[in-house]
Write a protein that binds this ligand. Structure first.
Ligand SMILES: Cc1cc2nc3c(=O)[nH]c(=O)nc-3n(C[C@H](O)[C@H](O)[C@H](O)COP(=O)(O)OP(=O)(O)OC[C@H]3O[C@@H](n4cnc5c(N)ncnc54)[C@H](O)[C@@H]3O)c2cc1C
Length: 401
């Protein structure tokens, strides 16, 4: 029997789309390659916007409410701030994604796990999806299968990422005693609170991170593929320096590498019966690598459009989804791309940004807001530019020429 909607991929994008579409009354089948809970290379940092984007309590999956950020410049200058309100959360993706998938099932979506989609055939009334076990038919198909999307490739919507559209990351989940986490990522004045750390000097044109969880760290490093030189060497240097700070040997057994699409929204996210969401469509913040919020938002939009198409609404098609995305998230990511190009252009630019933030409390607030994804990139760009041009014009000029 044909479903109204088939969703391929059960990460934040797919699980949200399936949950939302089922809540809107569609017959939904979600097909996921892995069996959850599954490991996903990720810092597990959620911006505060995720809380507004999700309409259920996900506190069971939260490791820390984040209130503090520590930014380290290429020369080692440290800029840090603690706030009274949470600026975001850290989660283990195993737990967070599993919860989202369970919520999709609770909402009425049928979930098949451990099934790999390998091909599809689209026609004017629907899509046949082929897995290693058999086939399924849906009136509509949503590709939520991540950066290596089979749906993007097989539909012809996005055959491959170019070197300036994708970054390569190394990420490790490193077990750590909670008291050591407080000592390393805390501050005697912060009580139990710990900071997420961004190390801008860990490599040119990229950055490294240390995101504390309850009893582990996500340590990682990433750079745009077009700037790839010695990622492994930079990773070794970063982890050795972190190990020296910890004073104990790091267990790096759970280390993996993964691409992240930071080039902005792809040119075409929909065909007649198919929509791409999340990483498959390039919905990731170029400067920060934040993708979970965009995965959730694009999943919700695709579900709403799918419901309208299934109910026969006139003037609604998959192009409606593409247009909404292009004018919303896509436009904001273009602004973020502009900021990323300036910020990561050189170590000198990263240093200048940290220097301004260390000398000027307002610039510090704007910079940390930008990294923590507190507002749309459009809003944050205009605030940062205004402050830089009025208070730091020479530094600003040097960053762009
Ligand atoms: C190292 C690293 C660190 C990151 N850190 C952060 C961070 O701290 N905060 C943040 O917001 N974002 C971060 N991101 C980005 C974030 O992980 C992604 O943007 C987010 O996971 C996108 O969600 P998604 O649902 O689109 O894709 P995914 O989470 O990748 O989910 C895709 C799902 O599809 C399944 N799948 C794939 N192929 C098939 C197939 N053929 N058939 C069936 N199922 C399939 C996969 O098993 C997977 O479960 C990071 C990314 C990387 C690589």
């Amino acid at each position: 029997m044909a479903q109204d909607l088939i969703v391929v991929g059960g990460g934040p994008a797919g699980a949200t789309c399936a949950r939302h579409a089922a809540q809107l009354g569609l017959e939904v089948l979600l097909i996921e390659k892995a069996t959850h809970p599954r490991r996903k290379a990720c810092g597990g940092g959620l911006t505060a916007r995720v809380k507004d984007a999700l309409d259920f309590d996900f506190s069971s999956a939260i490791e820390h409410e984040q209130c503090a950020l520590r930014l380290v410049s290429p020369s080692g200058l440290v800029v840090e701030e603690v706030r009274s309100e949470p600026t975001g959360y850290t989660v283990r993706r195993e737990d967070f994604d599993h919860l989202l998938l369970k919520k999709a099932e609770e909402a009425g979506a049928t979930v098949i796990q451990g099934s790999d989609v390998i091909d599809l055939v689209e026609d004017s009334s629907g899509v046949d999806v082929f897995t290693s076990e058999g086939s399924h038919r849906g009136g509509l198909l949503v590709g939520a299968d991540g950066v290596n999307s089979v749906i993007a490739r097989k539909s012809g919507l996005h055959p491959r990422w170019k070197d300036d559209e994708v970054a390569l990351c190394i990420e490790a989940s490193v077990p750590m005693d909670p008291s050591d986490i407080t000592r390393i990522s805390g501050n005697p004045e912060w009580g139990e609170r710990v900071a997420i750390e961004i190390h801008l000097g860990a490599l040119v044109h990229g950055y490294a991170w240390a995101f504390p969880k309850k009893s582990e760290y996500s340590l990682g490093i990433g750079v745009m593929v077009k700037h790839l030189t010695d990622l492994k060497g930079s990773w070794k240097k970063f982890t050795e320096a972190f190990e020296a700070r910890c004073g104990t040997k790091l267990d790096l057994a759970d280390t993996t590498s993964m691409r992240i699409p930071v080039g902005g929204m792809i040119d075409k996210t929909s065909s007649r019966r198919i929509m791409l969401i999340g990483d498959a469509a390039g919905f990731v913040g170029p400067a920060t690598g934040e993708g979970i919020y965009y995965a959730i938002e694009s999943g919700k939009s695709a579900a709403e459009v799918a419901q309208k198409i299934a109910s026969g609404a006139s003037n609604v098609s998959t192009v409606t989804y593409h247009t909404q995305m292009r004018d919303g998230i896509g436009a904001d990511l273009k602004v973020a791309k502009f900021m990323e190009k300036i910020m990561f252009r050189s170590n000198a630019n990263m240093e200048a940004l940290c220097k301004m933030a260390s000398e000027d409390p307002i610039m510090k607030r704007h910079t940390l807001d930008f990294i923590m994804g507190m507002e749309s990139y459009r809003t944050m760009r205009s605030r940062m530019m205004k402050r830089m041009l009025t208070k730091h014009p020479l530094k600003a000029l040097r960053m762009v020429v």
